[in-house]
Design a protein around this ligand. Structure first.
Ligand code: HEC
Ligand code: HEC
Length: 264
């Protein structure tokens, strides 16, 4: 694979976890024979029902007929071929992508096998959603930002959606002003109910008293401070995706998390 495709693969697999919503699941996890041909999960919000679309290069049912710019716009701006995508597509978290990284993701997608598959349910979108990027992650980063450790950590946290899942919510959207990293969002999966934890540096309620290694182990192995298995979606993301994070990104991510204001 070319260097940009490899970088795209890293971003897609280790950070953004695009498979999580765009690859169908079988009994043993992702069905990679139909990779990126559409997700198994239906997302229902106040004004929409959506499924992760077919993002393979198939011309008819995927994005094979889209220009690179159109694919990029879907990823970072949430613009589809017929208007705004439902917020289940986490473009707010991908706004930070540098130009090179955005292009790398597109190049990686272009290199996948086309799969003919219609998304299982036609999306319904009636809403007009306002964007909710995390503080400091409102716009594309430049390459220089990635060599500043804490900024790089914010970059990783945004793309990996740590903040989108781990912040309190108001009206179905993360409340970054009052609840950045404070947890509380409820996830219902076939495996049960999980409540996102407080990942701020609060010494009792958050991860302030954890060692760097304990935080890294939770992220990459999906286990608690005591070593007990965390519930999905965290456990799945950790094992299938975050386990592939580079040591540099992981260090930066932990350094960033330590700078988030502590919340009860
Ligand atoms: C949390 C789930 C989720 C993740 C993670 C996710 N997507 Fe999506 N994506 C969706 C959903 C749902 C839609 C369809 C939205 C709609 O129909 O309005 C979508 C739509 C798209 C589209 C528009 C395709 C079309 O036919 O309209 C593209 C392109 C896309 N995603 C690419 C990506 C890439 C690349 C990644 C990883 C960098 C990614 N997505 C990560 C849920 C997700
Ligand atoms: C799709 C939502 C989602 C995403 C994305 C996500 N998490 Fe989680 N995370 C959760 C949930 C839910 C739990 C609680 C699991 C449980 O109760 O077993 C959790 C648990 C954790 C824990 C364990 C905390 C404790 O007190 O045991 C840490 C640490 C953590 N996440 C950090 C992160 C980081 C860092 C990222 C980004 C790389 C991230 N998470 C991405 C939903 C998510």
């Amino acid at each position: 694979m070319a260097a940009d495709q490899l970088r795209g693969q890293y971003l897609v697999e280790a950070l953004a976890a695009c498979d999580n919503c765009h690859t169908p699941r079988g009994p043993n996890g992702y069905d990679l024979s139909a990779r990126f041909s559409g997700g198994s999960q239906t997302f229902t919000g106040k004004d929409y029902i959506a499924r992760g679309s077919n993002i393979t290069p198939d011309k008819e049912t995927g994005v094979g007929g889209w220009s690179d710019d159109a694919v990029s716009a879907a990823i970072v701006a949430g613009v589809g071929d017929d208007g705004q995508l439902a917020p289940a597509m986490p473009s707010d978290s991908y706004r930070v992508l540098t130009d090179a990284d955005r292009n790398a993701i597109t190049a990686f997608l272009r290199a996948q096998s086309p799969v003919k598959a219609q998304p299982m349910a036609p999306p319904q979108r009636q809403g007009k959603w306002s964007p909710h990027p995390a503080p400091g992650a409102e716009a594309a980063f430049d390459e220089a930002a990635l060599s500043e450790k804490v900024k790089r950590g914010l970059y990783v946290a945004s793309i990996a959606r740590c903040l989108a899942c781990h912040s309190t919510e108001v009206d179905d959207a993360p409340d970054y002003v009052n609840g950045l990293g404070a947890g509380g969002k409820i996830f219902r999966t076939p495996a049960g109910v999980a409540v996102a934890s407080n990942i701020t540096p609060h010494p009792e309620k958050g991860v302030g008293a954890w060692s760097d290694d304990e935080i890294k182990r939770a992220i990459t192995h999906g286990v608690s401070r005591k070593g007990e298995a965390l519930k999905p979606p965290m456990s799945n993301l950790a094992k299938a995706h975050f386990a592939k994070m580079s040591p540099e990104d992981l260090d930066a991510l932990v350094a960033y998390l330590r700078t988030v204001p502590a919340k009860e």
